[in-house]
Design a protein around this ligand. Sequence first.
Ligand SMILES: *Cc1c(COP(=O)(O)O)cnc(C)c1O
Length: 392
Amino acid sequence: MSKDWQKATRAVHAGTRRSQYGEVSEAIFMTQGFVYDTAEAAEARFEALGEDEFIYARYGNPTVAMFEERIAALEGTEDAFATASGMAAVNGALMSLLKAGYHIVSSRALFGSCLYIAEEILPRFGVEVSFVDGTDLAQWEAAIRKDTRAVFFESLSNPTLELIDIEGVARLAHAKGALCIVDNVFATPVHSNAVAQGADIVIYSATKHIDGQGRALGGVILGSRKMIRKTVEPYMKHTGGSMSPFNAWIMLKGLETMNLRVRAQSATALHLAQALQDHAKLSRVIYPGLDSHAQHDLAMRQMGDGGTLLAIEVKGGREGAYRFLNACEVGLISNNLGDAKTILTPPYSTTHQRLPQDQKDALGITPGLVRISVGLEDATDLLTDFTKALST
Ligand SMILES: *Cc1c(COP(=O)(O)O)cnc(C)c1O
C-alpha cells in the first residue's frame, strides 16, 4: 500500500494478499490450520511467526489478516484485531487492558451490552467504574484520577445522538496517564478522525456500517502495533473471540463500498431531518447535522457530517410511535443499524426496555422516540413513507 493513498483507495486495495492464482477478489481461506513442510518448520513457526505465516485460525488467518490490515489502513492505526462480534471487541479491549484494582471512567449513555460489561462484569473482577454524563467535560475532569487506567465512551450515543468530544476527553485522560478507548460505531469509519483526535483504541462493531447489509456479526479493535499484538492479541487468541474467515471476507467486501454507502445514507438522513424538523406530529427531530442540534458545531468538527442515524419523537407517546411504526412500508421495524435497508427502532420498549426509568429519563428515552437508521432507498420514497405513516 502506498502511504499517499486516500481513504477511498485504501478501502478497496489495502491489505490485499494474493495467492499463486492472482485472484482479483480476495480469497476466502476457509481453514482452521496450516501445514508445515517439516517438523523443523513447525517448530520455527511456533517459536516466532513470520510476516505472512499462520498457525491456527483462532490466532490468525489470511482472510482475517486482509480485513485487519484494510480497516487499520482506513482508520490510520498501526494494527487491528478482528473479533467475532462488536461485543467481543469491547470485551476484549477492556478485559485485556484491565485487572483488579484498576479504575476506569465511562460515559453513562452506552449500548446495552457495553453497559452490562461496565456495570456488571468489570466490578465482579475488582475493576472500579465511575460513570459520567459524557457530554460534560467537567464531569470527566472530576472523575479521572491519577490511578485511572482508561476512559471509555461512545463518540455518538445511542439512541439520542449526543456527541462526546473525543479531543477534549482524550486530553483530560492523557493528562492523568489514562488511555482513551472509543466505541466509534455510530460515527462510522468514514466520518472518523478518532486517532488524530486523541483516541488510543478505536472499536467498531463491523456488524453495522462495515458489513452494511445485515448479513454477519463482526468487530474490530484498532490501535498501536504494541497494544494490539502485546496486549489485545494474547487475550483474544486464548479466549476464543476471533473473527471467522468467512465473516472477514464479508467485511472486506463491505469496506470496498462503505464509503459510498455511508455518504449516501448520511445525505438522505440530512434530507429527512430537514424535511421533518417542523412536522406537526413530531415533538423532536434529533440529527447532529441540523443547525438546531445542541452539538452541531462539535459534530461538524469531529465527524464533518451528521451521520446515518436520526431520531424522532412522535407526539402521543407509545401509541403515536406504534401507529407510525406499524404504518411504515419502506422502513422496517428491527434493531440493527447501518444497514442498506432503513430500520426503525423504538428504543423505549425494545433495546432499552430494561433500563431503569430514571436512567431513561436522564437519557431522554421516551415512549414516543423512534431511532431511524437510514438505508440506501430513494430519499423521496422514504420521506413519502414517513409522512404518510405520520398522517395515519
Ligand atoms: C452494535 C453495537 C455494539 C455491539 O456490536 P455487535 O456486533 O452487535 O456485538 C457495540 N457498540 C455499539 C455502539 C453498537 O451499536
